[in-house]
Design a protein around this ligand. Sequence first.
Ligand code: FMN
Length: 377
Amino acid sequence: MQGQAFIPMCPMTSADHLPLTLPDYHARAAEALQAEHAAYFLSGAGEGVTMRSNRRDFEAIGLRPQVLQDLRNGDTKLTLFGTQMAHPILVAPFAYQSLLDEGGETATAQGATAQEALMVLSAQSSQPMEEVRAQGGTCDWFQLYWQTNLDGTLMLADRAAKAGFQVLVLTVDAPVNGVRDDEMRTGFVLPDTVRPVNLDGLPQPVFDPLSEDDSFLFNRIAHVLPRWDDLRSFCEQSPLPVVVKGILTPEDATRAVKAGAAGVIVSNHGARVLDGAPSAISVLPNIVQALDGSVPVLMDSGVRRGSDVFKALALGADAVLVGRPVVCGLAVAGALGVSHVLRLLRDELEVTMALTGCRTLADITPDRVIPDAHRLT
Ligand SMILES: Cc1cc2nc3c(=O)[nH]c(=O)nc-3n(C[C@H](O)[C@H](O)[C@H](O)COP(=O)(O)O)c2cc1C
């Protein structure tokens, strides 16, 4: 294991104004954020059915201890798309980070870099992608949505490649916004000062809730939404490898790889889109089985502790992404908070590995977890 993992690990934990644990970060952020921002960043779609599954299904998985194993010279390293990484915890793409801290995405990138965590920048970032990249560091992947047509999508992809990003993440699970009860109740709208600056000049589908059209979505929007052929064309012409984010079934996973995806992210978008969708962790094993090692499989949605990272890896993920924990770190203490939550996750992963007798990520095999611990006595 890495030497510093079992002592109060980084100097920043001595900063006594910072929360001490990951749940404390969430509680502090929920308290500090304005109601409409808390609704946007922390809540899920609809009545929160999927949001609850995301946690419940992680909690139902037990860990199988293993004692007296030789842990010398262990580590959490891995290689993904040719890049060596210190650990398997990535920062998920999330929009409009300047609403949480004036440092915005740049602050998140600084915090991620301090913890050697790869960051995925959202196309809907509140700062230009070139500025965030110019900081150097670990913000190496760029996430985008379909930009109503292939040309617009490739234009954004080419710009990301020129800025130095190395992998593209195409998110396919939110062609339209989910039903966001909490945002409607609190009246969330973007202030004039924060907008998706990277999308300036690109055509965006316009939703008009007041339209008199009987089915505005099907009549006016559907024709600009991406289909499988579009994914294939994009993968063929993309300047960078394309990882497809937002997959929840083995059929879609297989189809994405056939269309040219270099990897998939099993995700329900942090429960923000389709309320009633299954948790990502519950569908992960079948997707891993269907893809049979053909491409890397990442997962996100509901990862809140280092032990959750361990569970996802045991069930076949190569790496995980975290959204809300980073949201909370940024909201509470800017770059320092981001770095601290990532540090806590890394340390917890290492502790879990030590207590289950795993020296490296390769030791985190399916038999280290008990899939439905509540049913076993
Ligand atoms: C406020 C917010 C905004 C998000 N914006 C994006 C986005 O722009 N693109 C994207 O692919 N996913 C977006 N996501 C989803 C995350 O990338 C990720 O899938 C999700 O947060 C993981 O779940 P978790 O928050 O439970 O860790 C967003 C999530 C949040 C919380």
